[in-house]
Ligand binder design. Structure first.
Ligand code: GLU
Length: 297
């Protein structure tokens, strides 16, 4: 039953996010025009063990999310991935000289990201991954390529949750290993027993729709995707209370690849590619279009 509900949520979302989606049309999370992903020739990234490994493998393994409409979403019928994060992942892949067919997407949930990069299970990771000091001890980040903020998702008719300071006594759902789950606990925004954690946000959304929790908390960009997916049923409170700069997760010591990915992101911001990717994906669910500033730490 829960699986059916989730599938319905995501399918509806896919249709809602497609500007011209007809009923019964294949689910499409939106995508940038295909020409944006022209594959670069004869690319080398001197001194990057990750790039060398991918080259000899002949494909890139990219860690992503699969249940975040508009960002990283896997269509349950076609198994195709789409969204802003996916297009950013594709852009990087193309500029590294890999054809989109040579990408192997691997779904990695929030709590497992650092270890996936440390193990070399993925070459890089693109999935609403906030850059912060704690994570930088284990992995490296290129970017940011977007800046979100923590917010709250509630039922449309909810009148008593209006900010982070109105959560006492309320059941709040988030994801294990995420910055929003940590913040809600660190700042004691609700009682410890009222915080529920799952592996993915779609599980929280199902609980919210069922009335088992009062709010879901994570980045506004993610929540807007769910609100668009469940048109008329859910709303984002709209008072973000953190800054979540999204980075491309990379193996910690691969500075050569980090520099290369930063160059790719900077060029996409300068030549309009980033804007086109944004317009084709996140822009449709109403997220801020403010361009990020690359941090070459
Ligand atoms: N951006 C936050 C984080 O990296 C929340 C979203 C997520 O869990 O991916 O923890």
């Amino acid at each position: 039953m829960r699986v059916r509900t989730l599938a319905a949520v995501l399918l509806t979302g896919a249709l809602a996010l497609t500007a011209c989606g007809k009923e019964g049309a294949p689910a499409d999370q939106g995508a940038a025009p295909a020409g944006l992903f022209e594959v670069a020739k004869d690319v080398t990234v001197a001194g990057s063990p990750t790039f060398d490994k991918a080259k000899s493998r002949g494909s890139l393994i990219i860690g992503v999310k699969e249940d975040q409409p508009g960002l990283g979403y896997k269509d349950p019928t076609t198994n195709k991935y789409s969204g802003f994060d996916i297009d950013i992942a594709k852009l990087i892949s193309a500029k590294l000289g890999f054809d989109p067919e040579k990408i192997q997407y691997k779904t990695v949930q929030s709590a497992a990201r650092e270890q996936a990069l440390i193990n070399g299970d993925v070459d890089y990771y693109v999935g609403t991954y906030t850059i912060n000091a704690g994570r930088k001890e284990k992995v490296a980040f290129a970017g940011p390529y977007f800046v979100a903020g923590q917010d709250l998702l509630v039922k449309k008719d909810n009148a008593d949750i209006t900010s982070k300071d109105t959560l006492k006594g309320k059941k709040v759902c988030s994801v294990t290993g995420s910055t929003p789950a940590k913040r809600i606990k660190d700042e004691k925004l609700t009682e410890e027993g009222n915080v529920l954690e799952f592996q993915g946000y779609s599980q929280c959304v199902t609980k919210l729709l069922n009335g088992e929790v009062d709010a879901v908390t994570t980045d506004d960009a993610i929540l807007k995707g769910y609100a668009a997916a469940e048109e008329g049923k859910l709303k984002v409170v709209g008072k973000p209370f953190s800054s979540e700069p999204y980075g491309i997760g990379l193996p910690k010591d691969d500075k050569a690849l980090r520099d290369k990915v930063n160059d790719i992101l900077q060029a996409s911001l300068d030549d309009g590619t980033w804007q086109k990717i944004y317009d084709g994906t996140l822009g449709k669910s109403g997220s801020s279009a403010e361009k990020p500033k690359i941090d070459r730490y």
